[in-house]
Design a protein around this ligand. Sequence first.
Ligand SMILES: *Cc1c(COP(=O)(O)O)cnc(C)c1O
Length: 354
Amino acid sequence: MSSFWSKTAKGVTPYVPGEQPQDKQYIKLNTNENPYPPSPKVLEAIQDAASLLRLYPDPEALELRKAIAKHFGLSHQEVFVGNGSDEVLAFAFMAFFMPDRPVVYPDITYTFYEVYASLFGVKATTIPVREDFTIDIRPYCTDRAGVIMANPNAPTGLLLGLKEVETIVRSNPNNVVIIDEAYVDFGGQSAVTLVRDCPNLLVVQTFSKSRALAGMRVGFAIGSTELIEGLNRIKDSINSYPLDRLALACAKAAIEDDQYFKDITQRIIKTREGTKGALRAMGFNVLDSKANFVFVSHSDIHAAQLFKELRERGILTRHFPRPRIDNFLRVTIGTEEQMSQFIEALREVIADRQ
Ligand SMILES: *Cc1c(COP(=O)(O)O)cnc(C)c1O
């Protein structure tokens, strides 16, 4: 604790990202990155954009916003882009909650929400998910607080149907409801179709997972022009250019290559379903994830132990030492080959104990 730190810097408990070790090559199944490279069109776009790097990028990110709008059949005034969806979410907390509007979210969810709530002094209340980690939507339908929810949820991968999302949104006409759809492309139905009808709905998505651009840091939000304007007011008060030229060009190329995107997401979904089957056959409890990861536990070996043994075998997974999920492991879906190696390593770990 330094005496130079502000009260805010002293008070925060920062988010802890999954490890990105530089010491050796691991099979990385710990941070939900895409195992496939981005679209080849992205590489071409970088070449072109690089020649203009002496110039500042477009502060309005107009071309990218238009490309995203076109993809969803909307106008660019309904699209906001940021430096990763984490930044978009931070701006959303500032634009819609800070400091005096409370927010609710599930007790088991993306831990960045509690970091933002604490950093921005937003009063946050968590609502426990059920014993089986599913979400009971009723406590979210009070119109007494903003709502932020990941759908599919993280780290469980469980999905709420569009009807249920719509019920939450429509029951909160006086509060902003943020649906974080970081994983929606792996089997969910997006709530983007509701934004024209629901001015209180903000849908947040990212290029990091389904479009294989985690290294570029591009996220976006879709919502009514009034919500997008609110986000722009915050953005233009912090950083005029959160997206650099390379990021803008990459993301545009990625969203325009829909066929490639569909191909890689379909492959990941297929591998996920195969992995679920293999894990269940080995006695694992596997939640029915609709994301690019699975959330699993085993009755005989604690998740912390599994995490350690897999790491020793060169395979990284994610273990959250938190209440309720301490005995679960989150495993990102890699390539078929990587998942075979993962299953093989698990077999070894289990056999070694007997
Ligand atoms: C990965 C993730 C994000 C952040 O994505 P970036 O765009 O890479 O910042 C946001 N929300 C959830 C639930 C995530 O899992």
